[in-house]
Design a protein around this ligand. Structure first.
Ligand code: 5GP
Length: 130
């Protein structure tokens, strides 16, 4: 069965998309640690980060960096943090999280956003993505 992220990439499940190329897809996390929390996913469905072939791994980091730079221009924060967890969804994804406080990195306190807020954040990040 395809992962939920494969279904998002295919457009079967809606998402607040940030960016996409032939191999990667970036979209807002639906249950964000902080405003602008973004996931970057390889289209190839692989469970664990370090099982990626080295080229995909490097390209995932390069694509994530471009998204992180757009995020940093879009969201007021001290810096962008990066985590890879994968305990919930077994399809590699990089969490890019705007950080103001250590708690933003903790996956414990979450922020609640309306659909309009998600749309506005996604539009802003998209406009800064190069
Ligand atoms: P992890 O697998 O790294 O522990 O966490 C998976 C992340 O994916 C969580 O932060 C969760 O909020 C996010 N997530 C799970 N399902 C969906 C979904 O359907 N849409 C979006 N946008 N994010 C999701």
């Amino acid at each position: 069965m395809p992962s939920i992220f494969t279904r998002i990439i295919a457009g079967e499940i809606p998402s607040y998309k940030i960016a996409e190329d032939a191999n990667f897809f970036a979209f807002l996390d639906i249950n964000p640690n902080a405003k602008g929390h973004t996931l970057v996913v390889p289209k190839k469905e692989i469970n664990k980060l370090f099982d990626l072939d080295s080229q995909t791994y490097i390209e995932l980091m390069q694509f994530s960096r471009r998204v992180a730079i757009a995020l940093e221009k879009s969201i007021l924060c001290k810096r962008i943090g990066m985590s890879v967890i994968g305990l919930e969804v077994p399809h590699v994804h990089v969490h890019l999280i705007p950080l103001n406080d250590m708690k933003d990195a903790a996956f414990e306190s979450k922020v609640s956003l309306t659909s309009d807020e998600f749309i506005a954040i996604a539009e802003k990040i998209k406009a800064n993505f190069i």
